[in-house]
Each structure stands twice: as structure tokens, then as C-alpha cells.
Design a protein around this ligand. Structure first.
Ligand code: CTP
Ligand code: ZN
Length: 153
């Protein structure tokens, strides 16, 4: 995309999450715990044209460098996402997201009897499988619509 076609302006310092599966930008924000309430400057493009993906979403967070660990859980809903760290308007680091082995405190278990959903100080914990995630405590498996089980917001 040339500069004249930019829909969302460049950022000075922060993180650009690019090549997000079309339509998943709001779920991406929920996963990384950004809802605008603490004043973060966030730009979102949804379903913008992409050579590689056809349509993609893009999220730009000014003033925050998100770590690889923070964003790896995004791989569950946006496996092709790239994380660009920007300083002084230049991309200084570019990473692909990688699938984590476990996901702690981000998804909630759909099993109402699961110890992680009761009034206990226990964070949810899921093991990542090839085709979904499995609750470490009760072994319930989530395969479809993982995004609808996001608890972080
Ligand atoms: N970007 C930004 N602000 C900057 C620099 C880059 O918002 N100061 C955005 C670009 O618009 C792009 C992404 O960060 O969406 C990655 O930038 P860059 O690596 O320059 O673009 P590409 O080479 O097209 O990236 P890729 O090869 O990953 O598609
Ligand atoms: Zn469970």
C-alpha cells in the first residue's frame, strides 16, 4: 500500500499489530486488555484490502511496546498477525505471533462446574492443542469460536 492510500496514519512510537484476520480487531483488543479506559491512543482498521489476506484488520497502539508474550495468545484468533515495534516512526522490530503452549487468565471455561469458574482465586488455564484449547482443570475442549470465550477485557 502506498502512503497516499494509508487509511490509518503512521504512529510515532508503539506497536502495530498487522495482518490480523479480517473482523478480529476488537477481539484482539480484548485479548491484550485494551478498552480505551486508560487513555491509550489506539487506531483500528477493519476489513482493509491486503495482498496476502484479501482483507485484514490492523491495530495501532501509540506509546506501548507490547511484548511477544503479551501478543502470542493472539495467534489463536489471528495466526498470520505480525507485531511491529515502532520507534521514531520507523519499524525497529517485526515478529510473527507464535502459538503459546498454555494460555492463562484470558479465556473462561464454558464448564460451569469447573474450579476455574467458581468463586476461587484460580485463574483460567488452557493447554493449546493443534485444533483448539483444553481446560487444564476439567479438560473441557473449546474448538470453535474461541473469541466468544475471551474473558479479559
Ligand atoms: N506503520 C505505522 N507507523 C509507522 C511505521 C509503520 O503505522 N511509523 C505500519 C505500516 O503502515 C504497516 C506496518 O506498520 O501497516 C508495518 O510497516 P512496514 O514494515 O513498513 O510495512 P510492510 O513492509 O508493508 O510490512 P509487511 O512486510 O509486514 O507487510
Ligand atoms: Zn474447566
Amino acid at each position: 500500500m502506498t502512503d497516499t492510500e494509508l487509511r490509518v496514519s503512521k504512529i510515532e512510537n508503539g506497536t502495530v499489530i498487522d495482518h490480523i484476520t479480517g473482523g478480529q480487531a476488537l477481539n484482539v483488543l480484548a485479548i491484550i486488555g485494551i478498552d480505551g479506559s486508560s487513555g491509550e491512543e489506539v487506531s483500528i482498521g477493519m476489513n482493509v484490502p491486503s495482498d496476502r489476506l484479501g482483507r485484514k484488520d490492523i491495530v495501532k497502539v501509540e506509546g506501548r511496546e507490547l511484548s511477544e508474550n503479551e501478543v502470542d495468545v493472539l495467534s489463536l484468533i489471528a495466526p498470520a498477525a505480525t507485531i511491529n515495534i515502532v520507534r521514531d516512526f520507523e519499524v525497529v522490530e517485526k515478529h510473527r505471533v507464535t502459538r503459546p503452549k498454555t494460555v492463562v487468565g484470558v479465556l473462561s471455561c464454558p464448564n460451569a462446574n469447573c474450579i476455574s469458574t467458581e468463586d476461587e482465586p484460580i485463574k483460567s488455564r488452557f493447554d493449546v492443542l493443534d485444533d483448539g484449547v483444553r481446560c487444564t482443570y476439567c479438560e473441557t475442549i473449546i474448538r470453535d469460536s474461541i473469541a466468544s470465550h475471551i474473558s479479559a477485557a
